[in-house]
Design a protein around this ligand. Structure first.
Ligand code: PLP
Length: 435
């Protein structure tokens, strides 16, 4: 069992605030995984964040590998991003009218992401995925979609089928409140299993609007696709007149300057984005080939809208974040730090006699407590989640903040220093020795 509290970590104020929150917010949080339910112990309540660090209300400091679940790739409260935000605030925080910043960020996305010729901004990854589903259906005139077990595409009804992330963490196969009618057009296949996808296409000839997937999975832990799987999906969708969508909400601008699609050399028809392109402000986006995107209103008949969409604060934070990531060496730096980190952790785990496997691509990484390899969600469930819970709490006690679930990837950013990585590996050695 996980120890509730240890002498090394004072969480008195965190515990009090979380206790009060449970009377005010369902479960004490505004997003389920934050409640630490799957790792036990109370959640840490943050006071502030800066660079690679989080500071809690009890005065503890952590090296942070969650990074607000991805957006903090240039470090928390990055000076350059903050300067742009401060300047923008005095010009207004929301326009609800066209502004040139939307063109600037839109053009940056178009210039970098191979599949994107036109883009629509919205306010979250969930909105982006929901909207792209409507695009796939509107463009093809078909209803069915294929998704993969353990891939998360936000919390909209049609995607809450074997959805990984918080849904996996809580052990819910799907959610009450989602009508069958909303999910009976969602067909599910195991990740990395091209034959399963081909079979679904054969059984549903002329009915599949598209296939959506995470081009590196981060919502079942960290799972890498076979390149041949992605290439096969490209072929089978084209052959069947269906669309291929990469959900790059997590991988976008993290795996490479041109997203995972550039890294793998496989170009989808559509792409969803979020997290990093908002630089820490709420944002989402979807884009793709011009002839497909022109179905979206008011260019075309498919309705999708948003009061705060294209919000100027989100646009300036996104522009500056992509500027920083566009500078020489950004991805090489993240790759070097993250490879050192995960290799150090894996070596320490094995040296202490644990079965561990894991890896990274650039600034995204993960660790499972099983021998591996982990190629899909079923493999991921072989991980010893009780041990993960002890590992998670142990690392917190040593000053390292990891995602509070086995089924989430970890993130590094440009502000993680070599000292932070060495500190984390030393912490891992101590924790592996006692779990
Ligand atoms: N798609 C992927 C791949 C994600 O990782 C997430 C969130 O973690 C989403 C969609 C949903 O994004 P949001 O939480 O901004 O709604």
């Amino acid at each position: 069992a996980v120890k509730e509290k240890t002498s090394t970590l004072n969480t008195t104020k965190s515990d009090a605030i979380f206790k009060a929150a449970q009377d005010i917010l369902p479960g004490g949080v505004n997003s389920p995984v934050r409640a630490f339910k799957s790792v036990g112990g109370g959640p840490i309540v943050f006071e502030s964040v800066k660079d690679a660090y989080a500071f809690d209300v009890d005065g503890n400091k952590y090296v942070d590998y969650v990074g607000s679940w991805g957006p903090a790739i240039c470090g928390h409260a990055n000076e350059r991003v903050n300067a742009k935000l401060k300047a923008q605030i005095d010009k207004g925080t929301s326009f609800g009218a066209p502004c040139e910043l939307e063109n600037v960020l839109g053009q940056m996305v178009i210039d970098r992401v191979p599949s994107v010729e036109m883009v629509r901004f919205c306010n979250s990854g969930t909105e982006a995925c929901l909207s792209v589903l409507r695009v796939m259906r509107a463009h093809t005139g078909r209803d069915k979609i294929i998704k993969f077990e353990g891939c998360y595409h936000g919390h909209a009804d049609p995607f809450l089928v074997q959805a990984g992330s918080g849904v996996a963490t809580l052990g819910l196969p799907d959610s009450p409140g989602v009508p069958k009618a909303a999910t009976n057009t969602t067909l599910c296949a195991p990740y990395n299993d091209l034959d399963a996808v081909k079979k679904i296409f054969e059984e549903n000839k002329g009915e599949i609007a598209g296939v959506i997937l995470e081009p590196v999975v981060g919502n079942s832990g960290f799972i890498v696709p076979d390149k041949s799987f992605l290439e096969g999906l490209r072929e089978v969708t084209t052959a069947n007149g269906a669309l291929l969508c990469f959900d790059e909400v997590m991988t976008g601008f993290r795996i490479s300057k041109g997203c995972a699609q550039e890294y793998w050399g496989v170009t989808p028809d559509l792409t969803t984005m979020g997290k990093v392109i908002g630089g820490g402000m709420p944002v989402g986006a979807y884009g793709g080939k011009r002839e497909i995107m022109e179905v979206v209103a008011p260019a075309g008949p498919m309705y999708q809208a948003g009061t705060l969409s294209g919000n100027p604060l989100a646009m300036v934070a996104g522009i500056e974040t992509l500027e920083i990531l566009g500078e020489d060496g950004a991805y090489e730096y993240m790759d070097k730090m993250t490879t050192k980190l995960i290799n150090g952790i894996l070596e320490a785990g094995k040296a202490a006699g644990h079965e561990v496997c894991g890896g990274n691509i650039r600034g995204m990484f993960g660790l499972f407590f099983c021998a591996g390899p982990v190629k899909n969600f079923a493999d991921a469930t072989n991980s010893d989640t009780d041990k993960f819970a002890r590992w998670h709490r142990g690392m917190l006690e040593e000053g390292v903040y990891l995602a509070p679930s086995q089924y989430e990837a970890g993130f590094t950013g440009l502000k993680h220093t070599e000292e932070d990585i060495d500190f984390t590996i030393e912490a891992a050695k101590k924790v592996f020795a006692r779990i």
